[in-house]
Ligand binder design. Structure first.
Ligand SMILES: C[S@@+](CC[C@H](N)C(=O)[O-])C[C@H]1O[C@@H](n2cnc3c(N)ncnc32)[C@H](O)[C@@H]1O
Length: 496
C-alpha cells in the first residue's frame, strides 16, 4: 500500500484477466485473418496498428476474429458473409465479456456458498438476455465447460443465438436457448436437429410460454418494470443453477444509449433500453430471486452506473440476502460493476485462521479534492452505524471508536454484517488510557479507526484493537477488510 504517486488503474476485473495481461495484437490478427486487414489504422508508419472504434464494421470484425483466434469459437460464420450479426444489433466486446466470466469463475470456485448443484467445476448458468451473439454461453462453455440456458425475448436474438450455438458443435450440447414469451400457456420443450457442415448437432431449444406473473410483481413492487418475465416463470420448478448472469438493457431511452460516441458497438432499442433502465430491470431480478432462493447458488448482474450499484446493494439487504459481493470491471476508459448475491448461508470461516493483529492499516490514494479526511471519517462512522455497531465519532482527533458484541462478531465472521443485531447492549463504559469511551468487556470487540492525511489525495486509515486478548479479537481483521472494501468502492473508483 502507499508508494507510487500515480495509481495505475487495473484493467479487467480487479486482479486482471487474460486480456489485460495479453492485449490483442492487431497486426498479428490481420496477418491471420485477411478480412480484418482493411480495418487497421496507423497513426504514423511505424506505430502499432489500431482500429476505428466508432466503425461498427471494424468492431464486429474484431469480435469475430478474437473469438476465433483466442477462444476457437465460430461466431457468425467466418466464411459466410450472409451469416453476419444483424445490422445494428449489439456487438459484444470480447475482453469486457471475459471479465465477467472471469469474475464468476472466481466467485464459484471460491466456494463461499456450498456447491450443491454441479460437480467437477462444470457449473450451470442462466444467461438472462443472451442476445443474438450468445456471447456469455459461448465463452463460459468454451473457457470452462459450463452449461447454460440462454434466454431472450426477441425472435432475432433467439434465431441468431441458436445459429451461433450450432456453429460450435464442440460445445453446442452445453447450451440451451430459451425464448421468453409473456403469455399464458404451458411450457413446451422441443429438441431441434440442425446440420452444421458435415456434422449433426443438437441445440436444445425451448419456448417457455409463461403464466402471467402474480399481480403484486406486475403492479405493486415493479411500478417501473413492465416487460416480459425475467426469471420467475422462465426458470422451471425442477431446475437448479450455480448462477445467473445478466448484461441488462442499461438505458432508459435510446438517446441515453447513444451518448457514447467513442465506440460503436451497435444495439437496438430492444437490446439496450428498458423503461426505468437497468435499475428497474435488476430490481425485478432481485424480486424474482426472492422466489427462487434455493434454485440458484448465486444471482449476478452487470451494472453500468455506479449510483445504481449502491441503490441495488441496499435493496438486496432489504430483501434479506445472506451475502453480497461486488466488483469493478475496467476496460480501457470504461468501468462497469458486477453485483452478486445469494440467499444461501455462506460457509463459515474459522476464526482460528484469521490473523490476530493489534494494528493494521491501508492507504487510499488518488482521491479527489472533495474527499478529505473528514469525509472519510464520516463514511467510516456511517458504515459501522448502518450495520448496527456502536460508534463514537471524534472529529478533533479524527477517530471513530467502535464496539461490537460477540453476536455481532459471529455474524460478521459468517459474512453477515447486515444482520448485526441493531439493539446493541449499551453497558456502562470505562475510560481507556487514550481517552476513548469503550466497554472493555472480554466479550466485546472494541477498536479505533483513525484517519490521517498524508499528502493531498492520499489518506491513511489505521485500525487499532483495544484489547488483543478479548474473546472475539479474531473478527477484527475481517471487519477491517470489509471496511477497506467499502471505502475503496466509494472513494477510489471512477464515478459513473
Ligand atoms: C444489453 S443486451 C445483452 C446481450 C448479450 N448478453 C451481451 O452481453 O452482449 C440485453 C438483452 O436482453 C434481452 N432482454 C430484454 N428483456 C428480457 C427479458 N425479460 N428476458 C430475457 N431477455 C431479455 C434483450 O433482447 C437483449 O438481447
Amino acid at each position: 500500500m502507499g508508494g507510487s504517486k500515480k495509481r495505475k488503474r487495473n484493467e479487467g476485473q480487479r486482479g486482471g484477466t487474460v486480456y489485460s495481461e495479453n492485449p490483442p495484437d492487431f497486426a498479428l490478427l490481420a496477418s491471420l485473418y485477411p478480412e480484418f486487414h482493411p480495418f487497421l489504422q496507423f497513426s504514423h508508419p511505424h506505430s502499432r496498428p489500431t482500429i476505428d472504434w466508432t466503425d461498427f464494421n471494424a468492431t464486429r470484425q474484431l469480435t469475430r476474429v478474437l473469438l476465433h483466434h483466442r477462444h476457437a469459437l465460430t461466431w457468425f460464420s467466418l466464411s459466410l458473409i450472409t451469416q453476419w450479426i444483424p445490422d445494428g444489433h449489439l456487438c459484444p466486446t470480447v475482453p469486457n465479456r471475459c471479465n465477467y466470466i472471469h469474475w464468476l469463475q472466481h466467485l464459484l470456485s471460491s466456494n463461499i456458498i456450498r456447491n450443491t448443484v454441479s460437480s467437477d467445476g462444470k457449473f450451470r448458468g442462466f444467461d438472462i438476455g443472451t442476445g443474438a451473439s450468445c456471447i456469455y454461453p459461448l465463452l463460459g462453455a468454451s473457457l470452462h465447460g459450463w452449461s447454460f440456458v440462454g434466454s431472450d425475448v426477441t425472435d432475432v436474438a433467439i434465431e441468431w443465438a441458436e445459429r451461433n450455438v450450432n456453429s460450435n458443435p464442440h460445445i453446442s450440447q452445453l447450451i440451451e436457448i430459451r425464448k421468453v414469451q409473456d403469455n399464458a400457456s404451458a411450457p413446451c420443450v422441443e429438441v431441434e436437429e440442425s446440420v452444421t457442415g458435415d456434422r449433426i448437432t443438437l441445440c436444445r431449444s425451448t419456448d417457455v410460454e409463461v403464466a402471467p406473473l402474480p399481480l403484486d410483481l406486475h403492479s405493486c413492487k415493479n411500478r417501473n418494470y413492465h416487460g416480459p418475465p425475467i426469471l420467475v416463470g422462465v426458470v422451471r420448478g425442477d431446475e437448479n443453477f450455480d448462477f445467473c448472469m445478466c448484461n441488462p438493457p442499461f438505458f432508459e431511452s435510446l438517446e441515453e444509449a447513444g451518448l457514447n460516441p467513442k465506440t460503436s458497438c451497435g444495439g437496438t432499442s430492444r437490446e439496450m433500453v428498458c423503461p426505468g433502465g437497468e435499475r428497474a430491470f435488476i430490481t425485478r431480478i432481485i424480486e424474482d430471486s426472492t422466489q427462487l432462493t434455493e434454485q440458484f447458488r448465486w444471482f449476478t448482474s452487470m451494472i453500468g452506473k455506479k449510483s445504481n450499484l449502491k441503490y441495488l446493494t441496499s435493496k438486496l439487504w432489504e430483501v434479506g440476502v445472506a451475502i453480497v459481493k461486488t466488483t469493478e470491471f475496467v476496460q480501457g476508459r470504461t468501468s462497469r460493476w458486477g453485483l452478486a448475491w445469494s440467499f444461501l448461508t455462506p460457509i463459515q470461516k474459522t476464526p482460528i485462521s484469521l490473523p490476530n493483529k493489534k494494528n493494521t492499516s491501508f492507504t487510499l490514494e488518488g482521491l479527489q479534492r472533495q474527499h478529505g479526511a473528514i469525509n472519510l471519517l464520516e463514511a467510516v462512522n456511517s458504515y459501522f452505524s448502518s450495520h448496527g455497531l456502536f460508534c463514537t465519532l471524534n472529529t478533533s482527533s479524527f477517530t471513530v471508536d467502535v464496539a461490537a458484541s460477540k453476536d455481532d462478531c459471529d455474524s460478521i465472521l459468517r459474512n453477515e454484517l447486515h444482520i448485526i443485531n441493531k439493539s446493541i447492549n449499551c453497558q456502562p463504559t470505562q475510560k481507556t488510557s487514550n481517552g476513548s469511551s469503550l466497554n472493555l468487556s472480554s466479550e466485546r470487540l472494541c477498536f479505533r479507526i483513525s484517519v490521517f492525511q498524508q499528502i493531498p489525495g492520499t489518506l491513511l486509515v489505521k485500525g487499532s484493537l483495544q484489547d488483543r486478548n478479548c474473546a472475539v479479537s479474531g473478527a477484527f481483521s475481517v471487519i477491517f477488510q470489509k471496511l477497506e472494501e467499502a471505502l475503496r468502492n466509494n472513494f477510489c473508483t471512477k464515478s459513473a
